[in-house]
Design a protein around this ligand. Structure first.
Ligand code: B1M
Length: 236
């Protein structure tokens, strides 16, 4: 781009936009992974009297929904989605304490981790970020987790969802060890168990007794949302 063209580009002053324009701009900024702009936009909406939950749903979650759709459709790729998720985190850091104060109900909670023997975490991290982007509270227990770690995190955080990730054909069977332990302890049905990772497939998910196999982060979000809704509807 020539200097002249660059100079011609109008700088957008977020504070000069009305609410509707600002929210639209934030969707674009999330899409482009612009963390500073998301932090500024989030603060501006709060200053203008928006509730934290409205900022979360209309500006951030809606923006990440668009990112998720384009990721699913192969228009965006992993690095871009990681940038978007990182920008979202900037906004979430401001909103999280405020949301906790107002006691707003989260979309749901998830404990997620990569199984024992496996240190791959890029996909899991992406799933965590996209789930947070969709309004879930995520407790990421990291990599190389024996069954005890999962049980401890489930006890501590009481989530609706247990997510497990495995990238190796040698480690994916460990997911069944975790599910079988939950069955042994009579608590399998307390959780929606979602599994993912490149070597898995639908049949494997069914064979080990998971509730669903998630091909990618966007599918994980969609599946989690609909399963939590179904579960809540049943217990109402
Ligand atoms: Co590894 N590695 N690696 N590796 N590595 C693979 C997986 C491999 C397929 C490469 C190959 O040989 N072609 C191969 C596995 C072969 C097999 O098992 N059949 C392999 C191997 C062999 C190994 C080592 C054994 C190599 C060695 O040391 N000899 C070793 C194992 C170490 C261990 O874990 N004990 C190893 C090490 C590594 C690195 C450390 C170098 C690095 C990991 C860095 C990190 O994660 N921090 C690494 C990498 C980067 C890869 C590849 C190249 C890329 C994986 C990745 O991040 N993909 C990978 C090749 C490949 O997969 N094509 C490979 C991008 C990511 C966004 O996708 O993880 O699939 P993915 O996640 C997706 C979905 O699967 C799904 O959503 C995500 C986002 O859309 N998903 C979930 C994933 N988890 C989910 C959980 C959910 C829901 C959805 O829960 C709700």
């Amino acid at each position: 781009m020539s200097e002249e063209q660059y100079d011609d580009e109008e700088e957008i002053i977020l504070s000069e936009l009305d609410d509707e324009e600002l929210v639209e701009q934030m969707h674009d900024d999330l899409y482009n992974g612009l963390k500073d702009e998301i932090i500024e936009g989030t603060s501006l909406l709060l200053e203008r009297g928006w509730s934290p939950s409205k900022v979360l749903s209309d500006a951030l979650v809606e923006g990440m929904r668009i990112v998720g759709i384009d990721f699913r459709d192969g228009i965006l790729f992993v690095p871009e989605v990681l940038m978007a998720a990182n920008a979202m985190k900037g906004g979430m850091a401001i909103l999280r304490p405020l949301l906790a104060e107002t006691g707003a109900e989260t979309v749901g909670k998830m404990v997620v981790g990569t199984v024992k023997g496996d240190i791959h975490d890029i996909g899991k991290n992406l799933v965590s970020m996209m789930m947070e982007g969709a309004g879930f509270e995520v407790f990421d227990i990291g990599i190389n987790n024996p069954v005890e770690n999962y049980l401890e995190a489930l006890d501590e955080h009481q989530p609706e969802i247990l997510g497990m990730s495995a990238l190796l054909t040698t480690t994916m069977p460990y997911m069944k060890v975790v599910i079988d332990t939950l069955i042994e302890q009579g608590r399998r049905d307390d959780y929606i168990v979602l599994v993912g990772g490149a070597p898995l497939n639908e049949e494997f998910g069914q064979a080990i007794g998971a509730d669903a196999y998630c091909r990618d982060a966007a599918v994980a979000v969609e599946t989690a949302k609909s399963m939590v809704e179904q579960k809540r509807a049943l217990t109402r």
